[in-house]
Design a protein around this ligand. Sequence first.
Ligand code: HSE
Length: 442
Amino acid sequence: MKKTNFYQPVKIGVLGLGTVGSGVTRMLAHNAGEIRRRAGREIIITHAAARNLNTITANTIGIKLTEQALNVVQDPEISMILELIGGYEPARELILCALDNGKHVVTANKALIAKYGNEIFAAARMARKIVGFEAAVAGGIPIIKALREGLAGNQIEWVAGIINGTANFILSEMQDKGRDFPEAMAEAQRLGYTENDPTLDIKGIDAAHKLTILASIAFGIPLRSEKVYTEGIGGITYEDVAYATRLGYSIKHLGIARRGENGVQLRVHPTFIPKRQLLANVNGVMNAIMVKGNAVGQSLFYGAGAGAEPTASAVVADIIDIVRNLKTDPESRVPYLGFQPEALLDLPVIPINEVETACYLRILALDRPGVLADITRILANHGISIEAFMQKETHLTASKVPVVLLINPVKEEKMNKAISAIESLDSILAPIMRIRLEYLDT
Ligand code: HSE
């Protein structure tokens, strides 16, 4: 077996020289002295693969370039691969091949870890190599390290996070500038915040990937991306945002993982949060994650969730971690999901129908006597209690009136039945808008 020389520079191969890849090459060069002092070794990128070498803008002086990622993954000179391509394939295949070829891996690929992480971690254990994925969740915020290490003594009760910067930017624009959804969305695209496929941001899929990873590390459960209840922000109107403000709330797109007696809740959806909560005041493209541990109480982690430099910050931290761990026995390394693999618990994921939450309802009704009585009767018949009520006079649409209700915590199934019953009244003019509400107090 080839003997590692611990005084030689650590050589890295990069797959993908887009925004993040360029950020990493820049950061490794710019902070080289500090990184060497921290890692104890020089760390250099020697090889890189990009889909089209004619389009790369990164500084690649001294880097051997190819369009064949497999050549980098199989190169015996390299001891670590950075997978910065994104998507499922060929990223998955290349990571497995890198591990098979005795290389450590760092990836920023949230979709891949959420869906194939269980397989990738098993392969890494077999190969006795390390896979770092700090950059997969919330860009520059070291939330994986915080949960796996800093909070390791706690039983984590819940995690609630703004983990998609694009969705947060859009909701912030609607709230602060009075924009409606399409206008705010166009601005997000113009500024280059969205994923290549913006539906991943808007429909909550990107946030669901990140929540999957957070939940597994918080509770020590296998990655179960297919079990996350996911709703996007596409249906939110400026009206909803304005009502939220009047009622003392902000609408945030949250990823929530909560552990209860019967299992875990995994859900991503727009959420009313009281304005007094710090999380309600996280605006623009910023990310923030609130963690409730049984010893530490509530902690909030805030920072940039995307962009070349913040993401590179997480990737380079993983690289340094791996270099520091080159001499440690694989069994002594921090486990991927923060818990020993044989101690993972396959806790049931509670179906959304059984989850209990408070909520906001916006009901567009005919302005005629008895309509409100019909609505409240249906709610009462379902045993649902009203926390607050608001009906705003409307001059423009004289015969229609929006009725806004805040509903006390109720099981989803019961709320769904009541919503259907209200919608079937002939005085109700449009599907009811329901947005769940979280106090985030306990
Ligand atoms: N599209 C993602 C976001 C990028 O908006 O948060 C970072 O994962």
